[in-house]
Design a protein around this ligand. Structure first.
Ligand SMILES: CC(C)(CO)[C@@H](O)C(=O)NCCC(=O)N/C=C\S
Length: 208
C-alpha cells in the first residue's frame, strides 16, 4: 500500500465535493521529476483538489514522499476491484475529475493514446475520458524522439480527439542533447490550467 510508509494526508475520492478536481497523469519521461512541484503549485490554486495517476515507469523519476496527495497506480485498480459489485477505479477517476492534465506525456504513452491502447490505469482513464471536460497533455521526450515523423502524427491525433497540447520547449536535455523535447515549464502548465478553473454547472453524483 503506497500510503503505508509516508505520513501524508490520506485523501481519497470522497473528500473533494464542491471543489475543482484536477487529475494529474504522470508517465515515464525524466520530466516526471517535476511532479512534486506541479502538484504543490496546483494545490495553491483556489478551490483546487488534486489526485495523481501514475504509470509504473514514471515511478522511477519522482519521490513519492514529496507528493502530498493520493497517487493511484495500476495495483490500486486491482485492489479495488475483486468482484462484480466493486467499483472500477478508472471509471471512478473519469467521473471524479473536472480536468485531466498529463505532465509529462512520454513518447510511449503518446503512442498508446493516439491508437486507443489502454493497458494500464492511466491509459484506461484517457480511453474512458469525457471529452466535454478538458484534457491537457505536456509532451516530453528526447529531441530525436520528438523529431521522429510519427510524433507529429500522434500529437495531431490527440488534438483531433479534442485534447489540448501544452507544447514542449527547447532546452539542453538531461541526456546532453540540445533541442525541443523538454516539458513545458510548470509555470506555463499552471497558467493553462487556470484558464479552466470554473466549476461545471450540473451537479454530478459523488461516487465510491
Ligand atoms: C528533465 C527536465 C525537465 C530538466 O529541465 C528537461 O530536461 C525535460 O523536460 N526533459 C524531458 C525530455 C526527456 O524526457 N528526455 C529524455 C532523454 S534526453
Amino acid at each position: 500500500q503506497i500510503d503505508s510508509h509516508v505520513s501524508r494526508p490520506r485523501h481519497d475520492l470522497l473528500d473533494s465535493s464542491g471543489t475543482f478536481r484536477v487529475l494529474v497523469g504522470v508517465t515515464g519521461s525524466v520530466a516526471a521529476l517535476k511532479l512534486p512541484l506541479l502538484v504543490s503549485q496546483l494545490l495553491e490554486l483556489p478551490g483546487v483538489d488534486v489526485r495523481v495517476v501514475t504509470t509504473e515507469h514514471a515511478k522511477h523519476f519522482y519521490d513519492l514522499a514529496e507528493v502530498a496527495v493520493k497517487i493511484y497506480s495500476d495495483k490500486d485498480e486491482w485492489e479495488l476491484w475483486t468482484q462484480r459489485s466493486d467499483p472500477v477505479l478508472h471509471i471512478e477517476l473519469r467521473r471524479w475529475a473536472d480536468l485531466f492534465v498529463i505532465a509529462p506525456l512520454d513518447a510511449n504513452t503518446l503512442g498508446k493514446i493516439a491508437n486507443g491502447i489502454c493497458d494500464n490505469l492511466l491509459t484506461c482513464v484517457v480511453r474512458a475520458w469525457d471529452t466535454s471536460r478538458p484534457l491537457l497533455f505536456c509532451p516530453a521526450m528526447n529531441t530525436a524522439m520528438w523529431q521522429h515523423p510519427i510524433t507529429a502524427r500522434q500529437v495531431d491525433s490527440l488534438k483531433e480527439f479534442g485534447y489540448v497540447e501544452i507544447p514542449c520547449i527547447a532546452k539542453k536535455l538531461v541526456c546532453g542533447d540540445e533541442g525541443k523535447g523538454a516539458m513545458a515549464e510548470v509555470s506555463t502548465i499552471i497558467d493553462v490550467v487556470k484558464q479552466y478553473l470554473q466549476k461545471p454547472e450540473e451537479p454530478r453524483p459523488l461516487t465510491l
